[in-house]
Design a protein around this ligand. Structure first.
Ligand code: ZN
Length: 144
């Protein structure tokens, strides 16, 4: 049984931009020769989230539109009294969505559905640099 922690960084545009990070996660599993286990994907920061979606042009519009309806960006939030950064909606969207997601893998491959990708969503109201943490737990190929 092994555990190892990795990361990569991404520049985002913010404003509920959705970025497919499936390849980066898979390539870390490949590089470290894992056979079977779990990949925990986490983003540090209170205005971003990790989830899964079918990464296709329609949903890349539908999902931000959904957040705009349930947690509108043009409303006043008490958070803005604290920091005056205008991103109260970003924090609430991120809290609701969650900062991490776990995917099992077997034979060194993520057990995602054919049309299922791992995504970073940046809800902040400005471009950000994000650090994505990948923590792998499991057996390596040479020890099974
Ligand atoms: Zn804020």
């Amino acid at each position: 049984m092994n555990i190892s922690t990795h990361h990569f960084e991404l520049k985002t545009k913010g404003n509920t931009e959705i970025i497919d990070i499936t390849e980066q996660v898979q390539s870390i599993i490949d590089s470290y020769n894992y056979y079977q286990g779990n990949a925990l994907i986490f983003v540090g920061g209170s205005t971003a989230a990790i989830s899964t979606i079918e990464y296709e042009p329609g949903l890349l519009k539908d999902y931000p539109n959904f957040f705009e309806r349930i947690i509108p960006s043009n409303q006043r939030y008490e958070h803005d009294n604290t920091w005056h950064d205008g991103n109260g909606h970003s924090h609430i969207r991120a809290a609701l969505q969650g900062a991490s997601f776990t995917v099992p893998f077997l034979n060194g491959k993520l057990l995602l559905g054919t049309w299922q990708q791992i995504i970073l969503i940046d809800f902040d109201n400005k471009p950000r640099n994000r650090k994505i943490i990948i923590q792998l737990t499991g057996e390596k190929k040479d020890e099974k």
